[in-house]
Design a protein around this ligand. Structure first.
Ligand code: HEC
Length: 607
């Protein structure tokens, strides 16, 4: 690794020393790490009602009057809460920034009119300020604490709730904030993108609002279902994508309602297989409990349309690469024709990159042109046999680290976290594994991979594998269990897990076993479906110490009851063909960042 690194930046390596990772801060980090909340955070991605409120001069006004062209920020205030006090000067600055970006700003005081006025004057707060003694706004937003902020977009959808930034919390203060959640959210909304950290925990004084929860309202297409469909279905159910029909407007959703009812009630759609207790996962596309309940209630009520004025902003989808313009694109050597009917075995294509030197990859994406007929694509760094590649030359037991990227319907490309990425060695051979399904029309696919390179060396996101290639699944066996392990050689942080079997795999589980034997469940797929090769990306960091093991277990159904089983009378071993089996959990993880100590002269620009 060092040699690859030094070939790109000899100057940096010779100037810097890699010191051992300090052990203490990790525990501290645990405490202070801002928590991203689950996708079912109250009110998130829901329509916000246009409430009536009272300003500090006693005048009645509507929430909508406070909106800017881009939307509205609502900031809870409790002038007696220590954390609220600390954030006062920051809010004053943010308020200006938000306004310059086109957002309105609304402070909400609930304590007394007097206290709200003093707060406004003392901290010279310029934004609109309302007094809400009954907590109507707090209840509509399900506000929890005195430092919580909310971003509502111009379509009245709550798109962010939580902390302002990570500078102050209960029992800690940083010299400066490192993560600027509110500003990030405003920038995303301005750019028409979804907010990546939709909800975080805002530490502060509890608000303890009396009275009922959020007021109940009848579910309509425009006030609720449209937003669910945008967030959970349209990544695939839009023209040109993998799903067979579009769900883009009221008519299209209403027309399919009985099939939708069946598919969502049975958990077939959206395709997501992790048990709800595991995670949270950054790319979870499943319906939350409240979304499922509301979707079913809406169908039961005969799918009312509601008020078009309550419709969300139209979602913009990137046409083309989601990672931005790649620096290198490699396409399979010749287009593949997927027949109109039948079953297509896994196809393997090889292509060599024309790359004179090793490069660090900060984003990677597989793009297919076959739309509906491509069910998954996996990319490995591996040469064909005649070029010296093939299974015998891979060292599976040390991780067989050749897995590089994957495509599954609806999943965008991967942009690695800032400062991290993967290494693409000079003139690498790429192996594409393609899983095609027929759709009644002969279709041509020409899959490509795009790489965006970094100019500086990155901390490597490693792909290791917990693999077992020594099993035999007996004929006519149900629930045959095969396990594998990967031992982490050093401390680090898990990024994602990618379980992989072929057609006989029916269940899959991954857990962590610490050196002293403690077991932590990570991922459980009670109904593994080989049709959906998904990379489960952790939303919150999971740390590992040296010697911790990732233990994976897969269960196989080699009976005729398994409709995908090509031959229940075969004894099935490890192999790359569809009729053979696999047992791998790919583990993407980042070793703890080495601390770079700069030499005294001359200092490199980048740390
Ligand atoms: C990750 C991509 C993806 C997402 C997200 C997704 N679908 Fe699908 N959907 C598909 C594909 C692909 C099919 C075709 C059947 C298959 O391949 O399993 C499908 C089929 C369906 C079907 C037909 C039933 C069937 O199994 O053939 C319904 C109904 C459906 N989807 C509804 C939804 C709804 C409603 C949502 C959102 C709540 C949703 N889907 C989200 C990809 C997706």
């Amino acid at each position: 690794m060092i040699s690859a690194l030094s070939s790109i930046v000899p100057s940096l390596v010779s100037l810097a020393l890699l010191a051992p990772v300090p052990s203490l801060p990790q525990d501290l980090e645990y405490q202070q790490e801002p928590k991203v909340l689950g996708r079912d955070a109250p009110g998130l991605q829901q329509w916000v009602m246009d409430l009536e409120c009272t300003d500090l001069d006693g005048a009645k006004r509507r929430l909508s009057a406070a909106f800017g062209e881009k939307g509205l920020v609502v900031a809870m205030r409790d002038p007696e809460c220590p954390l609220s006090k600390k954030y006062s000067p920051r809010l004053r600055v943010l308020e200006q920034e938000a306004r310059e970006m086109g957002f309105g700003w609304l402070y909400v005081g609930m304590d007394s009119l007097e206290a709200a006025r003093t707060d406004r004057d003392l901290h010279k707060l310029d934004g609109d300020y309302v007094f809400d003694p009954q907590g109507l706004i707090a209840r509509e937003l399900s506000a929890q604490t005195s430092t919580e902020v909310f971003v509502i977009d111009a379509g009245s959808t709550l798109v962010y709730r939580g902390m302002i930034d990570d500078q102050y919390g209960l029992g800690f203060a940083r010299i400066a904030a490192e993560r600027h959640y509110l500003v990030d959210a405003l920038e995303s909304v301005s750019a028409g993108q979804t907010v990546s950290a939709g909800a975080t925990v805002a530490q502060g004084c509890k608000l303890d609002i009396e009275g009922p929860e959020r007021s109940a309202r009848p579910v309509t297409y425009h006030n609720r279902i449209s937003r669910i469909v945008q967030n959970r279905c349209q990544s695939c159910h839009r023209p040109g994508e993998a799903a067979p029909f579009a769900l883009m407007d009221y008519r299209q959703v209403k027309k399919r309602r009985s099939m939708i009812e069946w598919a969502i009630e049975d958990g077939i759609m959206p395709p997501w297989f992790a048990e709800p207790e595991s995670g949270p996962w950054a790319n979870d596309c499943s319906l939350t409990d409240s979304e499922l309940r509301d979707f079913l209630a809406w169908i039961a009520e005969d799918a009312p349309e509601g008020e078009p004025s309550q419709a969300p902003l139209e979602r913009t989808w990137v046409d083309g690469w989601t990672i931005g313009q790649p620096d290198l694109v490699v396409t399979i050597p010749k287009p593949f024709t997927v027949p109109a009917e039948g079953v297509v075995d896994y196809q393997y294509f090889y292509a060599q990159c024309d790359l004179p030197e090793d490069r660090w990859v900060k984003a990677v994406e597989l793009r297919t042109t076959g739309g509906e007929v491509v069910h998954h694509a996996l990319l490995f760094l591996e040469a064909p046999k005649k070029e010296g590649g093939g299974r015998r030359n891979r060292n599976f037991q040390t991780g067989g680290e050749t897995f590089f990227a994957s495509y599954a319907p609806g999943q965008p490309g991967i942009t690695f976290e800032a400062g991290t990425g993967k290494l693409l060695p000079a003139n690498s051979w790429l192996k594409f594994q393609m899983h095609y399904t027929v759709n009644g029309t002969e279709t041509i696919d020409e899959t490509s991979v795009g790489f965006v390179f970094a100019d500086e060396p990155l901390i490597e996101v490693r792909t290791s594998s917990a693999i077992n290639d020594g099993f035999t699944i007996p004929p006519q066996t149900f629930d045959y269990e095969v396990s594998s392990e990967f031992r982490f050689p050093e401390s680090g942080r898990l990024v994602s897990l990618f379980p992989h079997t072929h057609v006989r795999g029916v269940r899959f589980a991954c857990e962590l076993v610490t050196p002293d034997g403690e077991v932590q469940d990570l991922l459980s797929l009670p109904f593994y479906d080989f049709n959906w090769q998904l990379n489960y990306r952790l939303a919150n960091p999971v740390f590992v110490t040296p010697g911790t093991k990732l233990r994976a277990t897969a269960w196989y159904d080699n009976t005729p009851e398994n409709p995908a089983n090509p031959n229940p009378n075969a004894a099935v071993r490890f192999g790359e063909q569809t009729w053979e089996e696999m047992m791998i959990a790919y583990v993407n993880w980042i070793p703890s960042a080495p601390v770079v100590i700069e030499a005294s002269s001359p200092a490199p620009e980048k740390r």
